[in-house]
Write a protein that binds this ligand. Structure first.
Ligand code: CO
Length: 134
């Protein structure tokens, strides 16, 4: 069912500082920061040849990563995103097998405009998994 690793998302307390660290220490190509108010995050993409890293900073009230940063004030890996061909089929199969889908349980447009769902970390070894149709 799963295909490529689309991205790894890392929550950081200081997005500009984190972007500079990836650029200057690791020689990475980093995008400009963009606000994604629908997702409650400000994002920088670290472009790699085979995947990308998304650096996330909370944006606005009720950011979904605010609590994570309270527990992990220095930042940390927040989720991994795996690609699937058919998100509805994947969601249906997983929930039929007892996997908990976060939120409404329905796919909605993610950071790249493609449909995504998030799977409960307790069902995947304490790792939050985002599935993206791609
Ligand atoms: Co993501």
């Amino acid at each position: 069912m799963i295909k490529n690793l689309n991205h790894i998302a890392i929550a950081v307390p200081d997005l500009d500082g984190a972007a500079a660290t990836y650029r200057d220490r690791l020689g990475a190509t980093v995008s400009d920061a963009t606000d994604q108010p629908d997702h409650g995050v400000r994002v920088v993409f670290v472009e790699l040849e085979n995947t990308k890293i998304e650096l996330l900073e909370p944006l606005g009230e009720n950011s979904p990563i605010a609590k994570f940063l309270e527990r992990n004030p220095d930042g940390g890996v927040h989720h991994i995103c795996l690609e699937v061909d058919d998100i509805q089929a994947a969601t249906k199969k997983l929930s039929a097998e007892g996997v908990r889908i976060l939120g409404s349980g329905e796919a909605k447009a993610g950071a790249h405009g493609k449909p995504v769902v998030f799977l409960h970390p307790k069902d995947f070894f304490a790792t939050l998994i985002e599935l993206e149709e791609s």
